[in-house]
Every structure is written in structure tokens, then in C-alpha cells.
Design a protein around this ligand. Structure first.
Ligand code: AMP
Length: 215
């Protein structure tokens, strides 16, 4: 089976929408950012290698990321395809992915740059279930308690600050955005307006998917 790629700038809502698409398709979410953060918090050599790039808002080198994905896609739960979140981010990564996995569609969540900074600064998530919240746009109902799993104590990402966001946006435009044309040329790129309510964006993404599947 083929995999779905969730595409878009940092803060577009890929993680939030991944939960909606996962619930609908049953595909497991594979987020290279989450994998790197887990490696970092475990203090593994992978985490140590990635640390300085992540802190600076730069892309981690392709060789590291491609190896990580190759191994992840060999796991049993990936045999029917996965929902890729934050990968591929360069043409080299997309080429490597093409060698190991069929891509059903690239779903792009389009959000203008001027909205990104506000969205990223103020973002937090549940360390237990991964649910994503925002101080202004989508706060937890009770302060510091996850609406989804009732876990106590939300966390904020170290790289979700204004200085790092501008580097991350720069990396997105120079290294990642060219993938929009690359996938369009292959008939795989579908864009939706991500500058709307979470539910509306989710509905648009699911609509694209069901139309594609002829459902
Ligand atoms: P994310 O959680 O997707 O925003 O990723 C956080 C950080 O992890 C990025 O700013 C990069 O430093 C690194 N990273 C995650 N995925 C990739 C990737 N596919 N290629 C290169 N670096 C990545």
C-alpha cells in the first residue's frame, strides 16, 4: 500500500491534521521531527548529531534523515503505508523515498508566512498523546490538562521561538518548497487552504483523499 505525505511550512498544522487523517485512514503517523526529538531526549548519538541543526532551525543532513526513514518504514506497522509528517523536506529525500515507498498523494497545507510566527509561538502539546494546542487558537479546556487523554503537564518545543522560526521558514522556502513543483510534475501534489479552522482544513484534506480514492 502507498503512503500519504503531509506537506507545508513549519506551523502549518501538519501534526494536528495528521491526527484527523490517521483516525480516518488508520495509517500510522511518522514524524521525523518527533523521532529526532525523541532521540535527543534519550541522548542517543542520532540525537546528538541532529541537535545543533534543530536548535538553529536548519535541516538535519539528508543522509541522517534518509537512514532514519528507511529503518522506520521496515517496521511491521508500516507495511500498509504511513502518514509522513515533515518528510520529505528536500529533493534528495523525495528521491530516496521514491526508491523505498509508493506515494499516494502529497497533501499540502498552505499557510502564508505572516501567519506562521503567531501560530508557532504559543504552540504546545501533550507529551503523552501528542495532541497539539495553542495559547490563542486552540487552548486546552482546563489549563495544563490534555483534552484528549487527561494527562497533566503540557510541553513546549525548544525551537518554537521567533529567532528559530525565521530560519525554519528560510529552510522551508529554499529547500522544501521546490518539492511542490517536483510532486506536481508527477501528478501527486494537492493543496488546501490551511489558514482556516482546524476542522475545515481537516474536512478539505479528507475530501481530497476520498475524491482521489473514488469514494
Ligand atoms: P518538525 O517537527 O517537523 O518541525 O522538525 C523539527 C526540526 O527537525 C526541523 O527544524 C529540522 O531541524 C529537523 N527535521 C525534521 N524533519 C526533517 C527532515 N525531513 N529533514 C531535515 N531535517 C528535519
Amino acid at each position: 500500500m502507498a503512503s500519504i505525505v503531509l506537506f507545508g511550512p513549519p506551523g502549518a498544522g501538519k501534526g494536528t491534521q495528521a491526527a484527523i487523517i490517521m483516525a480516518e485512514t488508520g495509517l500510522p503517523q511518522v514524524s521525523t521531527g518527533d523521532m529526532l526529538r525523541a532521540a535527543l531526549s534519550q541522548g542517543s548519538s542520532l540525537g546528538m548529531e541532529a541537535k545543533s541543526f534543530m536548535e538553529a532551525g536548519k535541516l538535519v543532513p539528508d543522509s541522517i534523515i534518509i537512514g532514519l526513514i528507511e529503518n522506520r518504514l521496515k517496521e511491521n506497522d508500516a507495511s500498509n503505508g504511513v502518514l509522513l509528517d515533515g518528510f520529505p523536506r528536500t529533493i534528495a529525500q523525495a528521491e530516496a523515498l521514491m526508491e523505498i515507498e509508493e506515494v499516494e498523494v502529497v497533501l499540502s497545507i498552505e499557510v502564508p508566512d505572516e501567519r506562521i510566527i503567531k501560530r508557532i509561538c504559543g504552540r504546545y502539546s501533550c507529551p503523552q498523546c501528542g495532541a497539539v494546542y495553542h495559547d490563542s487558537f486552540n487552548p486546552t479546556t482546563s489549563e495544563d490538562i490534555c483534552d484528549n487523554c487527561s494527562h497533566h503537564g503540557m510541553k513546549r518545543r525548544a525551537d518554537d521561538n521567533e529567532e528559530t522560526v525565521s530560519s525554519r521558514l528560510k529552510a522551508y522556502h529554499s529547500q522544501t518548497r521546490p518539492l511542490a513543483d517536483w510532486y506536481s510534475q508527477r501528478g501527486l501534489f494537492q493543496a488546501v487552504d490551511g489558514d482556516r479552522d482546524i476542522e475545515l482544513v481537516g474536512q478539505s484534506l479528507l475530501k481530497v483523499l476520498s475524491e482521489l480514492r473514488g469514494e
